[in-house]
Design a protein around this ligand. Structure first.
Ligand SMILES: [Cu+2]
Length: 149
């Protein structure tokens, strides 16, 4: 019976440890124009945050590729417009553009890519979004990046 005194405190401690270290998120998109989530929340105690993005579909990146891009919500449409003529080799993003706060390359079915950004790029008084810059996808493939209080 003495075992229970040791195991009960551990059972309560482990979930707390796990939640303190979730400075990353898994995001997926498949052979359609949507991500698996509409909202990503960045915990306030993370100095850096990592997005692990996986294309769970079968189509190639030149057919129905996707990426994950972070920007101010007010910059999303302009970035997508400027990025479209840059082509797949530039991930449909304008080169060296300060409005692009983080991005993964365009990937196709079965591929994964990650990006890590400093959470200091997020200003409390701004609205941020994530989106896919593949031409024609941006309107459907977007969501909100929230900063936890
Ligand atoms: Cu896409």
């Amino acid at each position: 019976m003495r075992f229970s005194y040791f195991f009960i405190p551990l059972a309560f401690a482990l979930p707390n440890l796990a939640s303190a270290n979730t400075c990353e998120v898994e995001i997926t998109a498949g052979d359609s124009w949507s991500y698996n989530t509409k909202t990503i929340t960045v915990p306030s105690d993370c100095d850096e945050f990592t997005v692990n993005f996986t294309h769970t579909g079968k189509l190639s990146k030149d057919g129905l590729g996707h990426n994950w891009v972070l920007a101010k919500t007010s910059d999303v449409n302009a970035i997508a417009q400027a990025g479209a003529p840059e082509g797949l080799e530039n991930d449909f993003l304008p080169k060296d553009d300060e409005r692009v706060l983080a991005f993964t390359p365009i990937i196709g079915g079965g591929e994964s890519a990650s990006t890590t950004f400093k959470t200091s790029v997020l200003n409390k008084n701004e609205d941020y979004s994530f989106f896919c810059s593949f031409p024609g996808h941006t309107f459907m493939m977007r969501g909100t990046v929230k900063q936890a209080e």
